[in-house]
Design a protein around this ligand. Structure first.
Ligand code: EPU
Length: 435
């Protein structure tokens, strides 16, 4: 069922579980919709100018509904004329205040900071929330905006930023932060003069945001590289546009992992091989046969996966969001694989859950040593965050017996009908009410 943005995402979802039974090889075609980590940023960027925006290839996920609620609180209304299409209307009457109840639920709420500050000259927001895998500071966002002339006040869990008009600046990041790149980019489009961001993040979702802004009339050079140069345009000179959201490479990798552990052959439509180069290289090293197909890729599983060592890195490296899936694949692969997390040291919480399913994994600091076993064994487990939750579902496919996953609301934040899509290619799983 498609839910309308604006309808509160409720506690009822917390009372559901996903029950997975191992079902043998998968086959057929599964479609991947637009990326959560792009659409949320596109939605926030509609705060830059008034008019009627239309986004297509929009995933039906809880985070889109939360972002729609946040935008509604600020003054942008959202409608869903049909599944996958979102119409956002910015009438220019904005209240640049982002309330705690919404901000604490998604990290991407920080993306309203840049657009609101550059357009309204002032913004007050709660410090953002998001997944529970360690501290996620916003110091780079703040330092960059300060270099552009903003002043900040912090207190009582809130951040308040002001700047009559931002000005261009040369900013070099210590680390290519996705969120900080996006905030500075959206702030710079109306800044006076030229902003240069060195060591910028260059994920496909950042390219998507740049292309959206350019359609709106922004001047951005270096799109897709680690140096972005933005020449500010006059406030109010951008226009509302229509745009199709880039496909979700993490959802695509989830179906890849599902067939990898189940066996069989899947066509994953919507998957962009050019956005997944490194993960596809590594998946081939594990024994998967991956080919381009019209509008997507085909993935064929080997008899048994081979272990490899993997380190997460900013794009074009292996994304940290793939890691729970890769660890799950290694959990049933032949040999020993060492996985190194370079982005979020605390992002190993789901390992305990995989151990409950019989996986042989040891963690030490930001490394995990995974010794593959032929088969996992079903048990009750919990989803601690979006990607870890999806990995639990994949692990359930690789487990003998029944795996019951609670904490399903985490999965719903980023996955558009994961259960239905997997059922469509032969997996045996269902959502059930609990309690
Ligand atoms: N960081 C700082 N200071 C900052 C900003 C970031 O220290 O000012 C650190 C973070 O604490 C973290 C690292 O830099 O250790 C990476 O943070 P980044 O800013 O690149 O990530 P993000 O924008 O907060 C996005 C995705 C995450 C994804 C990361 C890395 C969204 C909404 N979130 O987060 O996605 O893991 O990039 O690729 O786009 C998910 O979708 O499940 C998810 C967690």
């Amino acid at each position: 069922m498609f839910r309308t943005p604006g309808v509160p995402t409720g506690a009822h979802l917390a009372d559901e579980a996903i029950v997975v039974r191992s079902a043998g090889p998968l086959s057929g075609e599964v479609h991947v919709p637009g990326a959560k980590n792009s659409v949320l940023k596109l939605m926030a960027a509609t705060l830059l100018t008034d008019g009627r925006f239309e986004l297509t290839n929009v995933p039906d996920i809880a985070d889109v509904r939360i972002m729609a609620e946040l935008l509604a609180a600020i003054g942008v209304t959202t409608e869903t004329p049909e599944p996958g299409r979102l119409v956002l209307t910015d009438r220019g009457d904005l209240t640049p205040v982002a309330p705690y109840e919404l901000v604490e639920r998604i990290r991407a709420s920080i993306n309203v900071l840049g657009p609101l500050l550059t357009r309204c000259g002032h913004v007050r927001m709660s410090m953002p929330g998001g997944d529970d895998f360690g501290a996620r500071p916003i110091d780079m966002h703040v330092a960059g905006l300060e270099a552009m002339g903003a002043t900040f006040k912090f207190g009582h869990g809130e951040v308040e930023a002001s700047a009559d008009r931002l000005h261009g600046a040369d900013i070099t990041f210590d680390f290519p932060s996705v969120g900080a790149t996006e905030n500075l980019l959206t702030a710079a489009v109306y800044a006076h003069g030229i902003t240069r961001i060195d060591n910028a993040a260059r994920e496909p979702e950042i390219i998507d945001l740049c292309q959206f802004l350019v359609k709106m009339g922004a001047q951005i050079e270096g799109i897709g590289t680690s140096t972005l140069v933005i020449t500010g345009v006059e406030r109010g000179s951008l226009r509302a546009v229509s745009h199709s959201t880039v496909p979700d490479r993490i959802q695509a990798a989830t179906y890849l992992a599902a067939v990898a552990v189940s066996g069989g052959r899947l066509t994953i439509t919507g998957a962009r091989a050019d956005h997944m180069e490194m993960v596809l290289v590594r998946a081939r090293e594990m024994g998967l046969v991956i080919e381009q197909a019209p509008g997507g890729i085909t993935v064929e599983a080997p008899e048994r996966l081979r272990s490899i060592d993997v380190a997460t890195l900013p794009y074009p490296g292996i994304a940290t969001d793939y890691k729970p899936l890769i660890i799950t694949m290694l959990g049933v692969a032949d040999g020993v694989g060492i996985v190194t997390e370079n982005l979020y040291p605390g992002r190993f919480r789901y390992v305990e859950e995989l151990q409950r399913l019989g996986a042989d994994i040891r963690t030490n600091g930001h490394h995990a040593v995974v010794r593959g076993v032929p088969r996992l064994s079903g048990a009750p487990v919990r989803a601690h965050d979006i990607r870890a939750g999806a990995a639990m579902v994949v692990a359930g496919l690789a487990a003998e017996g029944v795996t019951t996953i609670t904490g399903v609301h985490h999965i719903d934040r980023g996955y558009d009908d994961l259960v239905g899509r997997l059922r469509g290619v032969g997996a045996d799983l269902e959502r059930v009410s609990v309690g």
